[in-house]
Design a protein around this ligand. Sequence first.
Ligand SMILES: [Zn+2]
Length: 157
Amino acid sequence: MGRLRAAMDVVQADLDRSVVDAPRLQMLVIERDESWAGIDDDHFTAYVAGPNGAYWASGSSLWGPTADAALYSVAEGAQDYLAEVERTVWPICPRHAHGVHVRPPGTAPDWIYEGGEIPSAPVWWCRGSGGHDLAVIGELDAPRSSRSRTPVKPRRS
Ligand SMILES: [Zn+2]
C-alpha cells in the first residue's frame, strides 16, 4: 500500500502542474481482507477517489506489486476517476489536443497491455503523429499557457 501512496503523490504532482485548481485525489480503500492483517498488506480493494470520496466503482482495483506497476495502476485510476466522475479528459497532449494513455515507454501504436510486469516507469502516451511518449509519469510539463494562468480547457468525453 505504501507503493500506491507514493504513486498517488507522483500522479497528483502531474495533475497539480497541468491543471489549475486540480482536485486533491485520494486512495480510498473499500475493502480489506482482514485474514491477511499483519502478514501482507496487499489484500485490499482500493480506488482513486476525489476529495469527497466519490470514485468510479467499475474501474480496476489499485494494484502495486512494484513501484512501476503502482504508477501504472494509479495513473489509470486517476484517469478513470477524472473521466467517469468529473467528465474530464486528462492529461491532454499540447501538440495534438488528444487525451493520452498510460503505457510503458517506447511502445508501438498497436501495443496492447496483456498483463504481466510493467518493464519500466510508465509514460503518458499520445496517439498523435503515429504515437509518441508525451512524458514520463511524474514529469508532465505545465502547459505552455500557464504563465497567463489560463486553465487549459479539458476536452469533454
Ligand atoms: Zn501528441
